[in-house]
Design a protein around this ligand. Structure first.
Ligand code: NAD
Ligand code: TDX
Length: 345
């Protein structure tokens, strides 16, 4: 049986990852350590709460005691998703970004050092490379040039993780993925924000000229790649993970409106994001060649399925948008919001 510690497992990518790990009756035991910040929604994992192969710990990766509890019983793989993840929030207030994304990673790495794990996967981002012009793609050798407090905090964590490999031999692998989309994404990010706003006939606030480019990958393809890195990636290595789907924001916006049958008059140009990176594009040759992984989801199908998921799961995002999802949380985890709930071991 493989023992996995997943941090930030109640967020968008983490919950998709845990659902994938627990699918198909795999012989695993998964510990999910999540603080349940505004972005952590335990409802995402309601379907596996009673699974004997799963336990949830509410805790902070910055807290050595909570982290020690997660490591109790040992671990083969650690996959760190826990982070403050939204660029706009980091512009408003960078302190939780530095604290969770840097100090939290240091606490996790210290616990992993002596735990005899097989692999520590630090889930990072293409944003650490900064911004591209109209040509070229980021490789693993591209210089780090982060432009937002968010990406600077992620780049810092990458350097820290690398140092633990070089200094202590902690088997760390770093992944740098492009923009994810899919089910269970918090509706502050471009795609779920615009889908849910359009469904409510609300404006879609498009930053600047709408011509910034992102390389989109379906979350299921990202999760599959992460599993492969955990199991077969080389310690000390960096792996870019890309979708091969470069699109401008205005193209994405039009696709969403078209699939919902909503008018383009909903598009509202707003002031640009400060320091807004113009273009990201990933060269994932290394991932394909060394680990034999490549994205499978066709972009048109992926967007259609994603839009459909938000149409069918209106209650999920309505509870978030109105703040009511905390009701579910209180019912499951106690009125004080701090009690810990464990699955059977
Ligand atoms: P998210 O914001 O949806 O989820 C983050 C999760 O981390 C939440 O469940 C939250 O409660 C938890 N968390 C936050 N602070 C914590 C702390 N101190 N201790 C424990 N748990 C804490 O994020 P996401 O979009 O799922 O991203 C997951 C990871 O993937 C992040 O590290 C992010 O940098 C990286 N990433 C995201 C994307 C993307 O497009 N979303 C792309 C590349 C990389
Ligand atoms: O309201 C909006 N209007 C808009 O035009 C929002 C929220 C975004 N945008 C633009 C900004 C970006 O060019 O859409 C693009 C995507 O924005 P986000 O969804 O905020 O993602 P981004 O800033 O690209 O970062 C995402 O991908 C990399 C994740 O949030 C990060 O966690 C990940 O590291």
């Amino acid at each position: 049986m493989a023992r996995w510690i997943v941090t930030g497992g109640c967020g968008f990518i983490g919950s998709n990852f845990i659902l994938a790990l627990l699918s198909d009756g795999q012989d695993v035991f998964v510990t999910n350590l999540d603080l349940l910040t505004y972005a952590g929604n335990p409802e995402n994992l309601a379907g596996v709460e009673s699974d004997q192969r799963y336990r949830f710990l509410r805790g902070d990766i910055r807290d050595p005691c909570a982290v020690a509890e997660a490591f109790r019983g040992g671990a083969d793989y650690v996959v760190n998703f826990a982070a403050e993840s939204h660029v706009d929030r980091s512009i408003h207030d960078s302190s939780p970004f530095i604290s969770t994304n840097v100090v939290g990673v240091q606490v996790l790495l210290d616990a992993a050092r002596s735990a005899g794990i097989r692999k520590f996967v630090q889930v990072s981002t293409d944003e650490v490379y900064g911004s591209l012009g109209s040509e070229g793609r980021f490789t693993e050798a591209s210089p780090l040039s982060p432009n937002s407090p968010y990406s600077a905090s992620k780049a810092s964590a990458d350097l820290l993780a690398r140092s633990y490999w070089r200094t202590f031999g902690t088997p760390v692998a770093i992944t740098r993925c492009s923009n994810n989309y899919g089910p269970l994404q918090f509706p502050e990010k471009l795609i779920p924000l615009f889908v849910t706003n359009a469904l409510c006939d609300r404006n879609l606030p498009l930053y600047g000229d709408g011509l910034n480019v992102r390389d989109w990958i379906h979350v299921s393809d990202h999760c599959r790649a992460l599993m492969k890195v955990a199991e077969a990636g080389k310690p000390g290595e960096i792996y870019n993970i890309g979708g091969g789907n470069e699109r401008t924001n205005i193209e994405i916006t039009r696709m969403i409106l078209k699939s919902l049958g909503k008018p383009e008059t909903l598009i509202t140009p707003v002031r640009d994001r400060p320091g807004h990176d113009r273009r990201y594009a990933i060269d994932d040759t290394k991932m394909r060649a060394e680990l034999g992984v490549e994205p499978e989801m066709d972009f048109g199908d992926g967007i259609a399925r994603t839009v459909e998921w938000y149409v069918r799961n209106r209650e999920w995002w309505t509870r978030i948008k109105t703040g009511q999802y905390m009701e579910y949380y209180r019912k499951q985890y106690g009125a004080d919001g701090i009690c810990r709930r464990e699955g059977a071991r």
